[in-house]
Design a binder for this molecule. Sequence first.
Ligand SMILES: [Fe+2]
Length: 390
Amino acid sequence: MIGFIGHTGLWCVLFNQIHATAWPRSTRKFSEKTILLAVLLPVVWVAVLLVFHQSLAFDTLAVHPITFYYFSLCIPLGIYFIGRWIWRKLAVRPPGVVVESKTEWIDLKTETGSPLLHGRLANLLGSIPFNEALKLTRQRMIWELDVPEALDGFKICHLSDLHFTGQIDIQYFQYVVEEANRFQPDLIFVTGDIVDKIECIDWIKDTIGNLRSRLGVYYVLGNHDRRIKNEQQLRERIANAGLIQASSQWHEVQTGGATIHITGNELPWYLDAESVPLEPRSSSDLKILLSHSPDQLNWALTRKFNLMFAGHTHGGQIALPFFGALVAPSKYGVLYASGTFQIDNLLMHVSRGISGDEPVRICSPPELGLITIQSSRLRQPTASTGSKLT
Ligand SMILES: [Fe+2]
C-alpha cells in the first residue's frame, strides 16, 4: 500500500508539473493519457500476481530488476507523501487575518428550474452521484488588514475560471453575475479562463458584461483563453463589455482618500507581465495582483504585493472527502489548490472557480468569492485575530 501511494503520488507530481507549464495542449493531453496508463499499470500487475501467484509479497512484486528498483523507490516516496499529508493536515491553518469564512450553497438546477447541461457527455457527467458542478457556493469572507480606515468595509468580489464551453447553459453564468452584483462590491476581479469555445464568445456581453461595481471590473486571461486563437478579438470583446485589462500596467483606484493599485500577471501563457514597472508611480495603501495561476506567487512576493487573487487549480476539481485534492495544475501541486494563504506579508486567495473544462466537480464546488475588508486600525488587536497583514 505504501509503495502504491508512492507510485500514485509520483505520477500525480508529474501531472501537476506538466500542467503548470505553457506546453502545447496536445502535449499535455498526451501526457495525461500516459500518466493515467502509468498509474493503472501496477493495478493490472497486482491483479495478475494475485491470479497467478496468489501473493503480494515484495519479492513477487519486485520479481524483475525494473520493478525491484521502481518499488524500492516507491516505498520511501510513499512514506514521504504520507508524512507530508499528515504535516499539512496538522500544520496548515487559515491565516489569522481571515476572521470569518462562510460557505453558502445554492443548487442552481433547483433555483433556475432548468437542466442547465447541454450535450451527451455533460448530461452523463451530470448524473454522477455527488457531482457539485451546478451547486454554486457563495464564499463570504472577512479579512482584517492593516489598511487605512477608509478601506474598512471595502468589498471585493472574485470570480475565476468561468469556462464558457457551451456544456453549461448561459443561464448559470447569468445567475452567478446577479449574485455578484447583489453583493454590491466596490471592485470585481475575474481571474481568467473565461472563454473556451469561440462559439461562446458572444456570451461575454450578456454575462460578465453585466457585472457592476463602484470602482470597476478588472480581469486577466488564463490558459484556456488561448483556445481563442485571435487574442485581440477576445480582448476587444471583453473591453467592449466594460471590463478593464489588469495586465501590462498599474491601475490606480482612489476611494475615501485611500489609494489602491491593481495589476495583472498572465504568465506563463501571455508574456507581458515583465513590462509592468516594479512599483506604481504613487504610494499605495493596498497593492493587488490578479494572476490566473497561483504559481506567480514568487513574482508577487518579490514585488511586495499585499493581496493576490488567483484561480486555475479549481480546488483539484475532483477531490476526496477529508483527504482533499489529488491533483492541481500547479508547480506547488495541491498545496495552493484553493483557499486563502498568508506567505510573508502577502495574502493570496485561490478560487475554486465558477466552472471547468468538463461539468464535473466532487468535493470542490464552484465558488463565488465575496470579501469584506476590515481595517485593523479601527480595532484593538485581539488574540483571535492572529498576525496582521501589513
Ligand atoms: Fe480553469
